[in-house]
Design a binder for this molecule. Structure first.
Ligand code: HAM
Length: 422
């Protein structure tokens, strides 16, 4: 029986063995980020509500409908982070990282984010992202570097079906003119009340409408790609050239818009075809005006958020074969008090040698302890009984085959190291 309590609806939780996978893919990302010079940040999980209002944008679903906002005991309005970019930028400016070293400031962070969405497979109210940002340069090589980092991480996990959808959303020079054109086009369509309202507030989002009746009418809609200013066009061409140099495939997706208001120029999504409605496994782009929007200096930036939950679902859907390192390779089966002592010390020795080891606890008999050994996932059991102790050896049993050999106690660590590497 469980307790009287359950986790709140829509919270994504992980327990072993899935949680081991979760931790392993996050570690793999940490290593990629390190190799590319990105430093780690550990940041606030809640912020002044106005940071997200101004940063992410009032017209977005995230801010207008999905934030977990509460008043603290001092009457301040706080919000659980619905995303990381605004928080990262706030922290970079607050800690003056942009004044301390070379630009761009290259950083990453990870943890839960919160959005009050309708929960379903792949869409949670508490979910997990890997977030990486490069702040302080417009150099298109940084756009390509960040995209490559995400693509290489997916590939390193064994995912082969990830698609990269790429677009440019222009800048504060060329987008207003395009926005007006798009609004004129959209006002002439047959749309419902709510969508007509959206034309006035956030017309680009209408392009993203998934309903077939709406999509059918959008065929002739003007596209940002055809109205980029010369500087944005050049930037976009450079990014694509650099991705091609790295051998990273993408699909030009001129209708791609993102759910957050801060994006400029390069925008992209990583999509997984086996995940149904929640196929966006990661997304990102440039936000060249965001620092000023939150009261800081002009500091262009680019980055991404990769959804850890959906990445796990993609691994499972593709049966990608990426596995966490085992939690137990050798399992000690002690029979009697002296054997318990010896195997307790052996487990410690094995761990220090980098071998995952565990033992039976609670004074179990042979049968119970062997059952634990099987459940542990270990390759080998080390069985130590009174007769073995007297002979100065232990029984080394390969669990998959049942093969058993006696090994001198003094040779156990080296023998196990050798046999595990076979
Ligand atoms: P986003 O597209 O809103 O972008 O979220 C990034 C990823 O987080 C999505 O692609 C998806 O995998 C995952 N995600 C979002 N909402 C949920 C949810 N309710 N349940 C499960 N997974 C979810 C951002 O958040 C931007 N801050 C990314 C960014 C960083 N742009 C520039 N820098």
């Amino acid at each position: 029986m469980s307790s009287s309590f359950q986790a709140p609806k829509g919270v994504s939780e992980y327990v072993p063995p899935r949680a081991d996978l979760f931790a392993a893919i996050r570690s793999a990302f940490a290593e990629q980020a390190r190799l590319a010079g990105y430093g780690y940040l550990e940041l606030a999980v809640f912020e002044d509500t106005n940071l997200f209002r101004r940063g992410v944008g009032e017209s977005t679903d995230v801010v207008s409908k999905e934030m977990y906002t509460f008043e603290d005991r001092g009457g301040r309005s706080l919000t659980l982070r619905p995303e990381f970019t605004a928080t990262v930028l706030r922290a970079v400016l607050e800690h003056n990282l942009h004044k301390q070293g070379a630009l761009p400031v290259k950083v990453w962070t990870t943890g839960p984010a919160f959005r009050a969405e309708r929960p379903q497979q792949g869409r949670y109210r508490q979910f997990y992202q890997l977030d990486l940002e490069a702040i302080g340069t417009e150099d298109p090589r940084v756009d390509a570097e960040t995209i490559a980092l995400a693509a290489r991480w997916y590939a390193s996990l064994g995912l082969t079906q990830v698609r990269l959808l790429l677009n440019s959303l222009g800048c504060r020079e060329c987008r207003p003119g395009y926005r007006t054109l798009l609004q004129e086009f959209l006002r002439g369509l047959d749309l419902d009340e709510a969508t007509r309202a959206r034309i006035e507030i956030n017309p680009l989002r209408v392009l993203d409408d998934k309903r077939p009746a709406v999509q059918a009418q959008l065929t002739g809609a003007p596209l940002m790609a055809d109205h980029l200013c010369a500087a944005c066009q050049e930037h976009h061409d450079r990014v694509r050239e650099l991705l091609a140099d790295l051998g990273i495939a993408w699909e030009d997706t001129p209708r791609l818009v993102r759910g957050l208001d801060y994006y400029t120029r390069t925008t992209y999504e990583f999509d997984h075809p086996l995940l149904g409605a929640q196929s966006g496994i990661g997304g990102g782009g440039r936000y060249d005006g965001l620092a000023e929007d939150i009261g800081g200096p002009a500091l262009p930036g680019i980055g991404f958020g990769l959804g850890l939950d959906r990445t796990i679902l993609a691994l499972e859907a593709e049966n990608a074969g990426f596995e966490a390192a085992p939690r137990c390779e050798v399992f000690g089966v002690p029979l009697g008090a002296e054997a318990e002592r010896r195997l307790f010390a052996l487990a410690d020795e094995l761990r220090r040698a980098g071998i995952a080891a565990d033992t039976a606890f609670g004074g179990k008999k042979l049968k119970g302890a062997m059952k634990d050994a099987d459940r542990s996932g270990a390759r080998f059991a080390v069985i130590l009984g009174e007769r073995d102790l007297a002979a100065g050896e232990a029984q080394l049993k390969e669990l998959a085959t049942g093969d058993q050999t006696a090994v001198p106690l003094t040779d156990l660590t080296s023998t196990l190291r050798e046999r595990l590497s076979r």
